[in-house]
Design a protein around this ligand. Structure first.
Ligand SMILES: [Zn+2]
Length: 217
């Protein structure tokens, strides 16, 4: 008797699915535990004794467990910033270096690896947000219009952000300065995504205007 043999495997994942798969792989790698043959059971890593409670989670949030330490060691208080939640989540992924840049999607053999902005170097988080030719021109404009110190790496970017915050004399100045890096990096990411997925042209002047709009709002 002949048997059915139907290939059910899809040829490729969508961008959203690839991102979810990468996040899962990152979670498993971060967990560092091991699988055994016992039954599955829920586990709340932040409080193994009492498990998950809203109060416990809130306490942890207030104590900064979920806002620090970041991969870059930045004391940036992402969750306290007065910015839209989607940008907070984006900043969190950036700080944890979990954004799906092209170097992290290289397991898809048909994916290009060049930077979505300049197309001249492999796209990594460090390249895209601090070293790229387009990004550098954009940050030069930002630095000349604000008190943000120039930087050449992601680590230096967080340090420049923190130095700016410390130098800010008033509460209002601290608030404004705290928006510069979130707004600038969000503009870079949105511009990159528009260029990659919608094939839009890239103009530093447009990036600057977009950023000014974000900070004003
Ligand atoms: Zn580039």
């Amino acid at each position: 008797m002949s048997r059915w043999c139907i290939p059910l495997r899809r040829s490729r994942l969508s961008t959203a699915e690839a991102s979810q798969l990468q996040s899962l792989a990152d979670c498993l790698a971060e967990w560092g535990g091991h699988f055994d043959s016992g039954p599955d059971r829920p586990w709340w890593q932040l409080d193994p004794t009492h498990g998950f409670t809203v109060k416990g989670c809130y306490d942890r949030l207030r104590r900064g467990i979920l806002s620090a330490p970041l991969a870059c060691g930045s004391p940036l208080r992402i969750w306290r910033l007065k910015i839209p939640m989607k940008i907070k989540v984006f900043m969190w992924l950036l700080a944890k270096e979990r954004l799906l840049t092209r170097d992290r999607a290289k397991w898809r053999s048909d994916s290009p690896v060049e930077c979505g902005l300049c197309g001249e170097a492999p796209e990594s988080i460090d390249h895209l947000f601090s070293q790229c030719r387009v990004t550098s021109a954009f940050w030069r404009k930002v630095c000349s219009a604000t008190s943000l110190a120039p930087f050449h790496s992601l680590q230096e970017m967080w340090e420049a952000n923190e130095a700016l915050r410390i130098r800010s004399a008033s509460r209002h100045a601290r608030h404004v300065s705290s928006l510069i890096i979130p707004a600038g990096t969000w503009v870079i990411w949105r511009t990159r995504n528009d260029a990659v997925f919608n094939n839009t042209s890239i103009y530093v002047e447009n990036m600057w205007e977009f950023m000014a709009l974000l900070v004003r709002d």
